[in-house]
Design a protein around this ligand. Sequence first.
Ligand code: XIL
Length: 468
Amino acid sequence: MLFHRQRRRVLIAGVVTVATAALGIGLSTQFAGAQTTLRGAADEIGKDIGVAVSYDQLMNNAQYRNIVATEFNSLTAENAMKWDATEPSDGNYTFTQADAIVDFAEDNGQTVHGHTFVWHQQTPQWVQNLSGTAMRAAMVDHINTVANRYEGRVDSWDVVNEVVSDSNGAMRDSFWLRAMGEGYITTAFQTARAADPNADLYINDYSIEADNAKSDRIYTIAQGLVSQGLLDGVGFQSHLILGQVPSTMEANLQRFVDLGLKVRITELDIRIGMPADSSELARQAQDYERVVSICAELADCTGVTVWGLRDGDSWVPGVFPGEGAPLLFNDDFSKKPAYNSVLNALGDGTTEPPTSDPVTTTSPPPPGDGCTATLSVQSPWNTGATYAATVKADRALTGWTVTWTWPGSERISNAWSIQGNLTGATVTGSNVGYNGTLAAGQSTTFGFNITKANGSTASVPTVTCTPA
Ligand code: XIL
């Protein structure tokens, strides 16, 4: 009963206009046994779960449209709002594609994260050839025109994209920098702020998920913009490689939050060397869960946008030869393991049951009866390793505790989706807010990094799991 009531509420939030006609026909039977959606789960915790959409697919593929509408509460145009799409020649604006995407979002009650005004790619040659003064005028006109058109309909904008280079945190040597100097960034933000004072303004970049030289430079730029009241958020693109979610990601996002900013995972994909086997897809699911959990647990993280719907829609194979399978859906629209782990990280659309709800078990089960937990080493290195862990419920649970003892000097250095006494020789940890309530047969995951003696093998202790 409890499940049904919760699921139903989630689904009501999740269907919005796609199934408005069905809302009258008795949701309890209509959706009995239906799965919750990413959208329903994200709505419940007040986060955006977004997807980058292609205009062509949105126009031509009904199944694509349907999944975009039901599974996501936020959209980004993968290409349709870039400069080459919106102003291919000076003063000639073309909004057919961008309009269609914003209309779709509006019809389906979705927010729009706008991408992007000022970038060194997908910007026409005519802009790149301008002198500093003319380039500034073109930038101001472009931002004014696009931001004004979507004022009130686009919630946030990537005002500048990829302004820092990959070498030691230096500014990117782009045509913008060369013609206008570093001030081009301030000009872009000042123009966007004046054009749409209610939109949230973001600076967006890749390889800034970790605490590193590049994110340090973004931090410095952000400080400057914050002091002028021009910046609202930082977008972490998060085009990641399997097994390489940075261990400093949480702390790094937090330092931007500490500046008073929002943070957002704007272009998430996690690529795998092709062909991807089932164990890699399972590890990918762990990586997705980790990234989405970081955002779910950080109040000022506004949401996560995945950079495309199906693996075949992704930009990855074209840009990183031999790599692929980076998204949540297969080409036939079936869900990959990563889909389920994102759902888990968003809280599965379930909430803690109220204490007044009757507990249906007859007598408390003995410790260890009711759930099982396993650890696996994801990626070891000389002095440490990343572990993935699965907790499986043998019956309906409202919480769980796991414990094990390290045989040697292994110690947890940081952990996600679990809390408790984690750093000693004996580890005792319990579910966090979203991953305690499990139906019979359902699994959830947590993970952690350890430090260990140089060169030693990362051991896999036996875990005891006890229902709460
Ligand atoms: C990519 C799109 O996915 C491709 O379709 C297009 O050909 C090139 O751009 N960082 C960004 C995105 O900010 O705009 C890029 O999108 C991916 C990298």
